[in-house]
Design a protein around this ligand. Structure first.
Ligand SMILES: O=C(O)C(=O)C[C@]1(C(=O)O)C=C[C@@H](O)C=C1
Length: 355
């Protein structure tokens, strides 16, 4: 018969404790702040983990490493430590470092919370990360989850975190955006299409901030998912706002706050590469048009160079530059080079050549 020690009796800890107890599993719990019902309360961390088969760590992700370090001297190799955090790469790395090969540990993420449990939502799914160092512990933890009614999905940490960045983290991000923007969410006749979103908003509203912070700050894929979502939303907004006026800033110029350091430089260079690729594509398309203009002018018996058109062209580009806060003289120089390129192509391309 498996016995469980539960460190952390916040809303999620309390919810998982009742699932375990419903399955007749002996649970003892401890929390430095939240009250624990007498029948399961341990008095201290040593009292909590003593003699327990499985130690479930249900503290905020940012507090996990500290919790692992505090319990490390109290544990023996016959026990298993299981974390239930919403991200997996960080806690897994911390457990590998603190417990290593000596104390079996397993990284998991139950895909349900207090709200979905109170609504009786089923099926319950738990992601378990298969750890090469402790395969037998993984098997035992899978059985424990199955015993409390979960369907278990085995998935490595990076795949899990990537998936969560695009689902869990973005769903909360959108919900928080709606809350912060002051969307009236309690309209009694809100359409059914809003109900699913309303549930996410409710979850975001009831979170003290730990979950939201962990989903975004502790997931290495979340920033990129947010950036891509924001780019897509701005592009969608532009399309809906009509096409009058100057074009919106290129989506690649939407710079989200950078964390700094070599990682930020690498990411910035990737964005520059992406943008330059678009610039070269545009130059290719412009070259095709220049060749076409050359063919039309040849038919009309006009010379390649048209100083009047060039003057208008420079004036318009310098005006656009000024509108965007760019230096008009620098933009003039760039178009000077583009026109040299264009005229060279026009002289090279035989008048009848397609392109
Ligand atoms: O508009 C034309 O007549 C072109 O041939 C194209 C183009 C250009 O590349 O924009 C090239 C040469 C001319 O002097 C003016 C403009």
């Amino acid at each position: 018969m498996t016995t469980v020690a539960l460190l952390g009796f916040g809303r999620f800890g309390a919810a998982i404790a009742s699932l375990l107890r419903d399955a007749d599993i002996d649970v003892r719990a401890f929390d430095f702040r939240s009250p624990v019902p007498d029948e399961m309360r341990a008095d201290s961390l040593p009292d909590l983990v003593r003699g327990r088969d499985v130690v479930v760590v249900a503290v905020p992700v940012t507090a996990m490493r500290g919790a692992f370090e505090s319990m490390r001297p109290l544990l023996s190799p016959s026990q298993i430590v299981v974390d239930v955090g919403s991200v997996k790469l960080g806690p897994s790395a911390a457990m590998a470092q603190v417990f290593g090969a000596e104390i079996p540990w397993v990284a998991t993420h139950p895909m349900f919370g207090p709200i979905s449990l109170s609504r009786g939502e089923r099926p319950l799914v738990a992601v378990v990360c298969p750890s090469e160092a402790h395969p037998r512990a993984v098997e035992r933890v899978v059985r424990l989850y199955e015993r409390i009614g979960c369907t278990v999905v085995l998935e490595d940490e990076a795949t899990h975190d990537r998936g969560m960045a695009w689902t869990h983290a973005l769903a909360f991000f959108v919900a928080k955006g709606m809350l912060d923007a002051g969307a009236p969410l309690d309209i009694p006749y809100a359409p059914p299409s809003f109900q699913a979103l309303a549930r996410t908003v409710e979850a975001a509203r009831s979170d003290a901030g730990h979950l939201y912070a962990a989903l975004h700050r502790e997931n290495p894929y979340a920033a990129e998912a947010r950036r891509k979502l924001l780019e897509a939303l701005l592009a969608a907004d532009h399309n809906l706002s009509g096409t009058d006026g100057p074009p919106p800033p290129s989506s690649s110029l939407i710079l989200l706050p950078s964390k700094g350091g070599p990682e930020a430089l690498r990411e910035t260079r990737e964005l520059i590469d992406e943008l330059d690729r678009e610039l070269v594509d545009l130059l290719g398309r412009r070259a095709q048009l220049a060749r076409r203009a050359a063919r039309e002018k040849a038919r009309l018996g006009r010379p390649v160079r048209d100083p009047e058109r060039e003057a208008e062209l420079f004036a318009a580009r310098m005006r656009w530059a000024a509108e965007l806060g760019l230096d008009p003289a620098s933009v003039h120089d760039i178009f000077d080079a583009i026109l040299q390129f264009s005229r060279r192509l026009q002289h090279e391309s035989p008048a009848g050549e397609a392109g």
